[in-house]
Design a protein around this ligand. Structure first.
Ligand code: NAD
Length: 435
């Protein structure tokens, strides 16, 4: 089948490469000329494990190409995916749909035969109706159907998530469009992932409800962690104890510095806004958002307290900047709020992240960048682990201890054992573990 992917960001690029790998012919469009050109040369705009090879293989096989020319990509396509950004609208938190609507207008103008227009971007319930209206107004005679197919991939594991999804959700009310969608995903059916065919509005809401639920789970265990610290209990044991109950599940129960990233923060805000607009406020999610915001500041205070209540003039080494490992994505990373609060308190910061430093340089000022974890630790008054990259899980602790001015480690991801760290002579502060 022929596929046009509008938007070559995280979701567009990964989806395009995976569809091409299934055997479809995919043209990936981005209006950012520099990005499209770089992709054409085989340079990835993002760090995602396995992506560069997948793109190279499929480009070489002639199944995947990159362009800025939407008209050319849409011509003759069986399916046109909209995978543009839907960031938070400044001021009210509503999803900014201007990129989606602009793409819809451009697609309408370019259609030259029957095509299924698929919204892969995360969009509020009812957006598909609006996309259809916009396209009909622009081209009343055009032959198309608008479908919702939300994406659930996780950054850092995007390719395997796309190829081995827990489920595929397709919101479609048109029989022909349903056939096209089933055909597109057919190569995945060998692994038999549940295919959930719903109405378009249902599919749109499933995406937000899923993300809001996951954000709630994280926030829940973070509050339990705070209590654990006060009552001498280990939150990891509590998480395991409740997670083994199948109704709860063990995932997303890791206490830490709060959720961040390109999805949960904006999607929770957008869901709150949609619910308010419909007169059904979501107080649970409103609380989750506010607890999570406070948590990032609370983590800075935790670091300051570990340093004796004053970090002014002290050098703090930070390991990990991205919102999670295996990505270079810095959008809404907890590290940003922690850095701001520590700088305000007068700390000097030295940081190291395996992939995130290029993006960090555009977002924060006045910090030093190290070339590895050891250079970062050298002479510092404290070492803080913010993101649990694998290379931070097996640090040479004897060397770290020698390099640090004070043997103090604040581990916001609980990747080390308290007892062992104490035995090695560190003052070790973690999350939800009093000992
Ligand atoms: N990043 C994730 O992990 C993830 C996961 C699931 C869903 N989503 C959703 O997918 C959508 C895209 O997210 P992303 O992280 O890939 O965004 P992104 O910002 O990385 O990429 C969006 C791309 O679209 C391009 N673009 C915008 N308008 C265009 C137009 N009219 N024509 C061509 N290109 C255009 C931009 O230049 C940009 O490169 C969002 O709605 C997001 O919520 C993201």
């Amino acid at each position: 089948m022929r596929v046009a992917m509008i938007g070559s960001g995280y979701v567009g690029l990964v989806s395009a490469a995976c569809f091409a790998d299934f055997g479809h012919i995919v043209s990936c469009v981005d209006k950012d000329e520099a990005k499209a050109e770089a992709l054409g040369r085989g340079e990835m705009p993002i760090f995602e494990p396995g992506l560069e090879e997948l793109v190279a293989d499929n480009a070489q096989a002639g199944r995947l190409s990159f362009t800025t020319d939407l008209v050319e990509a849409v011509r003759g396509a069986d399916a046109v995916f909209i995978a543009v950004g839907t960031p938070s609208r400044r001021g009210d938190g509503h999803a900014d749909l201007s990129y989606v609507y602009q793409a819809a207008r451009e697609i309408a103008a370019a259609l030259d035969g029957y095509a299924v227009v698929v919204t892969k971007s995360t969009v509020p319930v009812g957006t598909g109706d609006q996309v259809e209206r916009i396209m009909r107004q622009a081209r009343p005679q055009a032959n198309f159907a608008v479908v919702s197919n939300p994406e659930f991939l996780r950054e850092g594991a995007a390719i395997s998530d796309f190829k081995r999804p827990d489920r595929i959700v397709i919101g479609v009310e048109d029989l022909q469009a349903r056939e096209v969608m089933t055909e597109l995903y057919r190569p995945l059916f060998l692994n038999a992932p549940p295919l959930l065919i719903t109405t378009r509005r249902t599919a749109e809401l499933i995406k937000y409800a899923g993300n809001a639920f996951l954000a709630t789970k994280i926030t829940f265990i973070n509050e339990i962690a705070d209590l654990c610290e006060k009552v001498g209990v280990n939150v990891q044991e509590v998480a395991r104890g409740i997670g083994l109950d199948n109704r709860i599940g063990t995932k997303f129960l890791h206490a830490g510095p709060g959720y961040g990233g390109s999805c949960f923060p904006k999607d929770t805000l957008a869901l709150i806004k949609t619910a308010k607009d419909h007169g059904t406020p979501m107080r649970v999610i409103e609380t989750v958002v506010s607890v999570n915001d406070q948590r990032k500041k609370a983590m800075a205070n935790k670091i300051i307290a570990a340093c004796g209540g004053d970090v002014s003039g002290k050098t703090i080494a930070l390991l990990g900047l991205t919102f999670k490992p295996n990505t270079d994505d810095m959008r809404e990373a907890p590290s940003l709020a922690i850095i701001a609060a520590l700088q305000e308190a007068g700390a000097k910061l030295r940081v190291y992240d395996p992939e995130g430093m290029r993006q960090a340089k555009t977002l924060v000022r006045d910090i030093d960048y190290a070339t590895d974890a050891y250079g970062c630790a050298e002479g510092a008054d404290a070492l803080v682990i913010i993101t649990e990259w694998d290379i931070f899980r097996a640090l040479d602790l004897a060397r770290i201890k020698q390099l640090l001015k004070t043997p103090l480690i604040v581990d916001l991801r609980n990747i080390y054992r308290s007892e062992e760290m104490r035995r090695r002579g560190f003052t070790y502060v973690s999350v939800g573990r009093s000992a």
